[in-house]
Design a protein around this ligand. Sequence first.
Ligand code: GTP
Ligand code: SPV
Ligand code: MN
Length: 586
Amino acid sequence: MGTPLEKWVEETARLTKPERVLFCDGSEEENRRMLAEMVRGGDSFELNEKTYPNCYLHRSNPNDVARTEQVTFICSAKKEDAGPTNNWMAPEEAKTKVGAIFDGAMRGRTMYVVPYVMGPVKSPISGMGVEITDSAYVVANMRIMSRMGKVAMDRLGSSGEFVPGLHSLADLNPERRFVLQFPEEKLIWSVGSGYGGNALLGKKCYALRIASVLAREQGWMAEHMLILGLESPGGKVTYMAAAFPSACGKTNLAMMVSALESQGYRVWTVGDDIAWMKTGADGQLHAINPEAGFFGVAPGTGKHTNPNVMVALRKNTLFTNVAMTPEREPWWEGMESDPPAGLIGWKGEAWDKSKGPAAHPNSRYTVPANQAPSISPKWDAPEGVPISAFIFGGRRARLAPLVYESFDWQHGVYVGATMASETTAAITGKVGVTRRDPMAMLPFCGYNMGDYFRHWLEMGKRVPRPPKVFHVNWFRRNADGKFLWPGFGENVRVLKWILERVEGRGEAEETPIGYVPARGALTLDGIKVSAEAMEELLRVNPADWEPELTATKEFFSKFGERLPRELLEEHTRLSRRFDRVSSART
Ligand code: GTP
Ligand code: SPV
Ligand code: MN
């Protein structure tokens, strides 16, 4: 007979035809074999064992350096259930077409069976997955990013309660690369990529695309959000979750060293990318971080921007597509040291300035979460942490003020649904193009986004004490294209105002889009931002918002009947508020 897992493994082995099958237990010894296997493969290197003990550099295929949204599909039975923002493929077509690529794809290779828990092992909010892969690099990453191996098998037992995910590198041909989610079957198939969110199936494919479907069915939330605790003087910790699109500052915010530490404000890291949230007995949403590590963007990370992670990644860390110094240390742009002579670029070439960035702009580190000096004592609490504020944000060079608060939950859902951001290197494609990215979930929502907005509205009614909803923008620029706000550790000043608003203190001024901090309400002592820059940072300019309202309307029209009417009502209210402001001026 066999367990559901054994049956699936057998069936998969018949399809992919590996040379051998290995069930991963997650042990030290096994990990050493994985790392040795990676090194033998010729694309991975052990780093300086004195300064970076147990750290490795992996170079991916240069055609495979970021998530590929154009080949990511939601394979629901009906196209409408994938919705206008997702690529869709019929399940039978997907099984035939991509099944043919999987056929024999593991010939001559080892098939690794990787059982894992997403979330603290004993948490009722956690979930189980099993990834089958032919990549030792994926196994080594999954060991950092999830609770993998024996702990997971012990929790699973003989039950079938896991999300199966099948992954093969196949021939890494971009023409034969597919990332498929089957929301009805709760199944993942990914082939032809070994990179990040395409290949570590517990992350985006399960913890967001499949989990968002489960969350809607079961009345909880799976979101592309960091989770942090803000400690205030006296030691109280208030938890917040923030949704920013890829490479827009989640890891940095979650791990920041507070500029107001001497005043008693400190940030504790619970998670840096994903939050799973269920209503607790206290009526608040309780969040867990389903991951166990950080898969963070390397460029721009340095001892001034993110000192905590710079400490964390000095051991047991996998680096992907960064440069390497002659001392076999990792190097990237923004590390705050000049590129040393003899630097080897991310493709393995002798590097000089003419070759462009030495580290790929989407190069990453994979580091165990518990190595971060800022890790919250609650980061693996089974009950999660109660969330008092949701924060949306993105890269908006011109439009959005530094921070504003929504009027209420429904308006907050509108603020999230109308988010937009300039694209980054985290996704294959053009960088710097403004695109609508509701709740930072555009690439990660496993079903029709109109239904997703409805689910958000329903959660506001279902959760007795829902979080207050805010929007931030660290990326507003002046006329010369320079950032107006210093960002990073200084962002705590904005978190402090958010905390004060949550506690019913904090002075605010009403604008058509929501409440912005009143003059003097942000703690600005010791910061080098001019009064004019501050004025610009908090400005809500009706002339700028006019095209935004048009763009929003256009975006909403894609959803037709599936768009909740509440969002259209919010849109009308916002337009009226702007009309009132401009008529008051003329
Ligand atoms: P994903 O892992 O792709 O989901 O990204 P993320 O949202 O965690 O972004 P991350 O914190 O890694 O930041 C991405 C880039 O934005 C890095 O190069 C950072 O240096 C930069 N960044 C982060 N926070 C700030 C900020 O407050 N101001 C400015 N100017 N840049 C920032
Ligand atoms: C993102 O792109 O949002 C990431 C990196 O967190 S990846 O895991 O590659 O999706
Ligand atoms: Mn992310």
